[in-house]
Design a protein around this ligand. Structure first.
Ligand code: PMP
Length: 280
């Protein structure tokens, strides 16, 4: 494991960041996670494109251009010597006296990188999702550091014996806490369109490209949760999750699921506390 902070190599578990740092105090920053296979960062240009979009969306002037990020990440990766790894890159608005207003012009973004070895996934058994209300804000297409609703949803899923959340907004199935959501129905792939309510996953984009190359029809559409019973298969995608098959969807107390996937037992569970009484 290797850490990098503003030009220095650091131990990622040791304190290097000021308390009055906007990422630390406000979550005022963005991040990316890139998977390295065989020493090569996978789909790095797409990750850098999304990183630049995220910075622009929250009005942080990027400290590097695309080529600069590529060079920097390669340098830290080379220094780590890892070949199967994740690269975490975080950029915040900088260090400044705590104030909601953006700091003055001379504040420079802080850049953190952690390269960590990743064990390649072997054969996996299919997993479970726990349906839950999507309690995130209305700009989840920006990959910001503000992940509290995501981590609570993932923990709630974990506590119920599931691997991931299935987030529902306005009665529609959106995505998971840290992965995009896919359905297969009548030979067609179905996934939510890239509007402001999903994170435009790099793995999602790659799977779309694979589907196009293979001539598999794709529909970018949000399915109502009532249509869960009509799907033939479910999987989720993410940089570290890769492509992960799902065979069970657990219900949340506020949405009883009375249907089941073909050939799959559905196991309704009770999640406490019952946090969501409202319509969603
Ligand atoms: N949705 C959310 C909310 C995520 O956090 C992630 C992981 N960053 C994804 C989807 C999957 O995106 P990617 O394929 O780029 O990892």
């Amino acid at each position: 494991v290797i850490g990098y902070y503003n030009g220095q190599y650091v131990n990622p578990s040791e304190a290097v960041i000021a308390i009055e740092e906007r990422g630390h105090e406000f979550g005022d920053g963005i991040y990316e996670v890139i998977r390295v296979y065989g020493g090569r960062p996978f789909l790095l240009d797409w990750h850098i494109e999304r990183l630049l979009n995220s910075l622009e969306a929250i009005r942080i002037a990027s400290p590097y251009d695309a080529a600069g990020y590529e060079r920097l990440m390669q340098e830290v990766l080379d220094k780590s010597g890892e070949r199967e790894a994740s690269i975490y890159v975080q950029i915040t608005r900088g260090s400044a006296v705590r104030n909601h207003l953006f700091p003055e012009q001379d504040t420079v973004p802080n850049v953190s990188i952690v390269v960590r070895p990743v064990a390649p996934k072997g054969e996996q058994t299919p997993g479970k999702l726990l349906m839950q209300p999507d309690e995130r804000w209305a700009n989840v297409y920006i990959k910001t550091l503000n992940l509290l609703p995501n981590i609570v949803a993932k923990q709630t899923a974990h506590d119920a014996g599931a691997d991931e959340a299935l987030l529902v907004r306005d009665g529609l199935m959106i995505e998971s806490a840290s992965s995009n959501l896919w359905f297969v129905r009548n030979g067609e792939l179905i996934t939510a369109p890239t509007d402001r309510y999903i994170l435009p996953g790099i793995t999602r984009r790659y799977v779309l490209e694979l589907a196009r190359d293979l001539g598999i029809p794709v529909r970018e559409e949000k399915l109502p949760r009532e249509q869960l019973s009509s799907v033939d298969a479910i999987f989720i995608t993410g940089t570290l999750a890769e492509i992960f098959a799902i065979d069970t969807v657990l219900s949340h107390p506020s949405i009883p699921i009375s249907t089941s996937l073909p050939d799959v037992a559905l196991h309704p569970v009770t999640v406490t506390p019952d946090t969501c009484k409202t319509e969603w």
